[in-house]
Design a protein around this ligand. Structure first.
Ligand code: AHM
Ligand code: MG
Length: 338
């Protein structure tokens, strides 16, 4: 089969209910240079997420809830499940040989796996940690890049400090009433729901699109009087004036996922407590920005698109505004007026 015929074949929509594995296999032809390694990487992530899902589901039953009295590099208290999830994902990604290096929100430095793998993974193994103890939805967020350094050479920070624009894939896993994996490889966004009895993710949300407008705004309103950018405060006032619904879970993946499906905007601005925003560019903002753009929405830090920000530190944070295109435009108008 010629490459163009192969591409055409892989573009034919797959039916709802097809397994993630089959879906990945059918898309493999879109990446002829990847020789199956990239597909294997996605499978590794999916497998690790199933293990984490199992551990989350028994969190109330065994002594793995609660924090372990340590802080991660961002100064947050580490929860036991954060640590477990970090171990599960790191282990799964280390084994196959396709990943050269991993950087995780839970660890200070990157890990050089000292192999000839082509890919770099940035991951927040378990986001929304304050919600773990209270049985509220949490998530995993991941970004995949190509390594910059030559295969076989030691990795450097440059391999990890790549703009969001350089992501070749990104996704999240939402551990909610049901568990979902949503990802993009730059060809649209697809969502898979975990079917527990089969132990498989199955395609449930093909070609996801973010509505151009919505009536939901999501932010931690306790911060309102501490927001640095007056335009953001004005926009929140506008949301209230328009009777939009305020919906905030405090788990980024869950808040983002709801807004993606229903139309809405999520805001975590710079404020007195977090002058450069709270959310991490590498582990949280980049992946969701790639997904939202692929779904027709937008993401910015208030002055430029998230995907164009050049990171300078592994754990740097950013203000994050993300969601439906028209709502993002209204926000930008408010920001530009000030
Ligand atoms: P975490 O990575 O320590 O879990 O923190 C990130 C979480 C996001 O999921 C969520 O959007 C935000 O922090 C909530 O912050 P706040 O409690 O300040 O509203
Ligand atoms: Mg996080």
């Amino acid at each position: 089969m010629t490459p163009s015929l192969q591409m055409e074949k892989s573009r034919i929509a797959l039916p709802i209910g097809v397994t993630l594995d089959r879906f990945i296999k059918s898309k493999q032809t879109e990446y002829p240079s990847a020789a199956g390694e990239f597909s294997q990487l996605l499978r590794d992530l999916a497998l690790a997420s199933k293990v984490v899902n199992r551990e989350i589901n028994k969190a109330g039953l065994v002594d793995i809830m609660g924090n372990i009295g340590q802080q991660n590099s961002g100064g947050d208290e580490q929860q036991k499940l954060d640590v477990l999830a970090n171990i599960r994902f790191t282990r799964a990604l280390s084994k196959g040989g396709e990943v050269a290096g991993i950087v995780s929100e839970e660890t200070e430095n990157f890990i050089d796996l000292k192999n000839k793998g082509k890919y770099i993974v940035a991951i927040d193994p378990l986001d929304g940690s304050s919600n773990i103890d209270v049985n509220v939805s949490i998530g995993t967020i991941f970004s995949i890049f190509k390594r910059k350094s030559k295969a076989g050479k030691p990795l450097s920070k440059k391999d990890f400090l790549q703009k969001g624009d350089c992501q070749i894939a990104a996704g999240y896993i939402l551990y909610g009433p049901s568990t979902m994996m949503v990802y993009t490889t730059g060809n649209g966004v697809n969502g898979f729901t975990y079917e527990t009895t089969l132990g498989e993710y199955v395609l449930s949300h093909p070609d996801m699109k973010c509505k151009t407008t919505g009536t939901i705004y999501s932010m931690n309103e306790g911060l309102t009087s501490h927001i640095i950018n007056k335009g953001v405060t004005d926009y929140i006032a506008l949301c209230k004036f328009r009777n939009y619904s305020g919906r905030y879970i405090g788990s980024l993946v869950a808040d983002f996922h709801r807004n993606l499906l229903k139309g809405g905007i999520f805001l975590y601005p710079s404020c007195k407590k977090y002058p450069k925003g709270k959310l991490r560019l590498l582990f949280e903002a980049n992946a969701l920005a790639f997904i939202v753009e692929q779904a027709g929405g937008e993401a910015s830090d208030g002055s430029k698109p998230i995907l164009r920000i050049q990171p300078t530190q592994l754990h740097e944070t950013t203000a994050l505004f993300i969601g439906s295109k028209n709502m993002m435009k209204d926000l930008q108008k408010c920001i530009n007026k000030n």
